[in-house]
Design a protein around this ligand. Structure first.
Ligand code: CP
Length: 327
């Protein structure tokens, strides 16, 4: 267990060692247990977290806000639209100033080719931990919650050799960030898992992230393979995680992206696709999902779906990271 995490940023879990992440999971389970028992755990009494959102949220906002209250502190919801950022407050000023008011600054900034740079600029100027609530490159808290959920289903030390299919799926709504599949392939390869990245050719991820995932797999004894056939990705998988993301490395034009996507409307997870995976396979999705476009109701509401456990575990991993970094 690592005990020196005070003051650390969580911008990507790739920057934390496996020992440090083990500590996060230890604390997350302890806090989950305490919440189940109704045991108060005011580890961050009177501490405050700024939650700066440039983008909408259901789970991230709810779980950070509830988590801070359960730890005895307060989370301030700050919609960027209501700030003076559009009138000139710079990233450096946000880091300097919020760093003097708050004990942590959490930010969601998903704008393509901007969000991660913005968060790192705030971090540079901040004296308190920066927590990435999702940017254009990473979604670390989602993926920590996903890992915790997989460990609960398969056993904490039983991930090595398991096959996870991180797949693109069709959605009509908008160009979703690529941060979830990128963070997934980065972390799951560190557990020695066999990671499949399945997508149409236009939906590739950032080459340096794919390379880092390849390097992670080499070190852990796992693997990363890239497939372009939706059904192939499901075959024999233990875990399937099909979700939509934007063709952002191909085009940033929304109309062009919609045109590309229309070629792949058959990339929907239904019971026939689930039957290609192992009998014990679980279906995961970070939510929100485009129901009956990305995934059928039958699958997402079915016995193999663990989406609500995933959503719940956001609360516990975030509390763990806040308790370890902001105390
Ligand atoms: N999964 C996730 O981050 O959900 P929200 O966008 O609702 O926060």
């Amino acid at each position: 267990m690592q005990t020196h995490l005070r003051g650390r940023d969580m911008i990507t879990e790739q920057e934390w060692t496996m020992d440090e992440l083990d500590t996060v999971f230890d604390v997350a389970w302890e806090l989950k247990r305490q919440r189940a028992l109704g045991t108060p755990h005011p580890i961050l009494l009177h501490k405050t977290l700024a939650m700066l959102f440039f983008f909408t949220s259901t789970r991230t906002r709810g779980s950070f806000e509830a988590g801070m209250a359960q730890l005895g502190g307060h989370a301030a919801f700050i919609d960027s639209e209501t700030t003076q950022i559009s009138h000139g407050d710079t990233a450096k000023e946000i880091g300097e100033i919020f760093g003097r008011y708050f004990d942590g600054i959490a930010i969601r900034q998903c704008d393509w080719d901007f969000g991660n740079k913005y968060i790192r600029e705030v971090a540079e100027a901040s004296r308190v931990p920066i927590l990435n609530m999702q940017d254009d490159v990473y979604h670390p808290f989602q993926i920590l919650a996903d890992a915790m959920t997989i460990m609960e289903k398969f056993g904490r030390n039983n991930l090595k050799g398991k096959t996870i299919n991180v797949s693109w799926a069709y959605a009509a709504s908008y160009q979703k960030p690529i941060s979830v599949p990128q963070s997934l392939i980065l972390l799951m390869t560190r557990f020695g898992m066999n990671v499949r990245l399945t997508h149409p050719p236009e939906y590739k991820l950032m080459p340096d992230i794919v390379q880092q995932a390849q390097d992670n797999a080499k070190k852990s004894g796992g693997s990363l393979e890239v497939l372009h056939d939706f059904d192939e990705g499901f075959k024999g998988a233990d875990i399937v995680y099909p979700k939509s993301w934007g063709a952002l490395l191909t085009t940033t034009d929304n109309a062009e992206s919609a045109r590309i996507g229309k070629q792949y409307t058959s990339w929907i997870t239904d019971s026939k696709r689930m039957a290609l995976a192992k009998d014990h396979a679980v279906y995961m999705h970070c939510l929100p999902a485009d129901r009956n476009i990305e995934v059928t109701d039958e699958v997402i509401d079915g016995p193999q779906s663990i989406v609500y456990d995933e959503a719940e575990n956001r609360l516990h991993v975030q509390k763990a990271v806040m308790a370890l970094t902001m105390n």
